[in-house]
Design a protein around this ligand. Structure first.
Ligand code: SIN
Length: 298
């Protein structure tokens, strides 16, 4: 397995050619020094999805680890567990049927003014096989666009909507919802479509399943473009797949990826703990430098 030589404090093992890495040889629950967390953040900026293996976290430790990455993002939909407003429990019992929590490609809370910058998910009980989470890179999606399409999308503002979010979450028995979360149904938020990563400056397409239309356009006019972008953004060559084990702390740089839970473990129980770290409002990318027209070239 390839080991990334830029990281010396622990092993960083890339998952695919597009994104994702496994991290081995670090115990985040033991309150390591700031330099260790700075290296994990550096790995997250680079790989966007991390599977930190062999952790042993209870709610208090998960809370402490997460807060070393930054303040809680807030979560208007899911209720926290007792004693920890920032930690949500996701459970799928072995005889539950229907959709699993997080099934279908999405981004967490994209309709917030500051969508969470990092989502963390801890595997407390995982099926012996199945129950993976797939991720796809929105930076790769941007790179696959033609120059004309980049220009077109660069002029668009997306309207992200909370419509349907409460009802979809309410359908899951293993998820506690906030009273008042229903107000999310009426929420709309504008974000640029072509954005840049605040640390690396890399451009990405800010598309998510909650993008309902483009500002100044109808839903019917917007839908074909949104469907095209979602299809492009989830192409298999832009994916990685996180295989969970008990004690894996998954984390993803939420605004730069889409993710989907896989519904393939009937008869097994899965229990996860999730928290989110505050992000920044998506930053519009500057226009790309244009080639000088031939007539103006010296
Ligand atoms: C999520 O969508 O945040 C959860 C994904 C999972 O449980 O695999």
């Amino acid at each position: 397995m390839l080991r990334d030589p830029r990281f010396e404090r622990f092993e960083v093992l890339p998952m695919t050619g597009a994104l994702g890495a496994e991290i081995r040889g670090v115990d985040l629950g033991s309150d390591p020094e700031d330099a260790v967390f700075a290296d994990v953040k550096r790995a997250l900026d680079h790989f966007h999805v991390l599977a930190v293996r062999d952790q042993s976290l209870d709610a208090a430790k998960l809370h402490r680890v997460a807060r070393r990455f930054g303040p809680f993002s807030g979560n208007p939909v899911h209720a926290g567990i007792e004693g920890f407003d920032d930690i949500v429990r996701f459970v799928r019992e072995k005889d539950d049927t229907g959709k699993v929590i997080g099934e279908d490609w999405h981004m967490d809370l994209a309709w917030m003014e500051r969508p969470p910058g990092t989502t963390m998910l801890y595997g407390e009980e995982v099926p012996p096989v199945g129950g993976d989470t797939c991720f796809s890179s929105l930076e790769h999606a941007y790179r696959a666009l033609s120059p004309r399409m980049r220009e077109l999308l660069g002029g668009l503002t997306g309207v992200f909507s909370g419509r349907g979010v409460f009802a979809e979450n309410a359908a899951h028995k293993g998820l506690a919802l906030r009273t008042g979360g229903i107000a999310v149904e009426d929420l709309e938020r504008e974000h640029p479509i072509i954005c840049r990563h605040p640390v690396t400056g890399t451009r990405y397409v800010f598309v998510a399943s909650t993008l309902s239309r483009f500002k100044g356009m109808t839903e019917a006019e917007s839908r074909p473009i949104i469907d095209y972008l979602m299809k492009l953004a989830t192409r298999p060559e832009f994916n990685c797949r996180l295989r969970w084990a008990k004690g894996t702390l998954g984390m993803w740089a939420n605004p730069y990826v889409l993710h989907t839970a896989i519904n393939d473990y009937p008869g097994y129980r899965r229990e996860m703990y999730r928290t989110t770290v505050e992000g920044v409002p998506p930053l519009a990318a500057l226009p790309e430098p244009q080639e000088t027209p031939v007539s103006q070239a010296a």
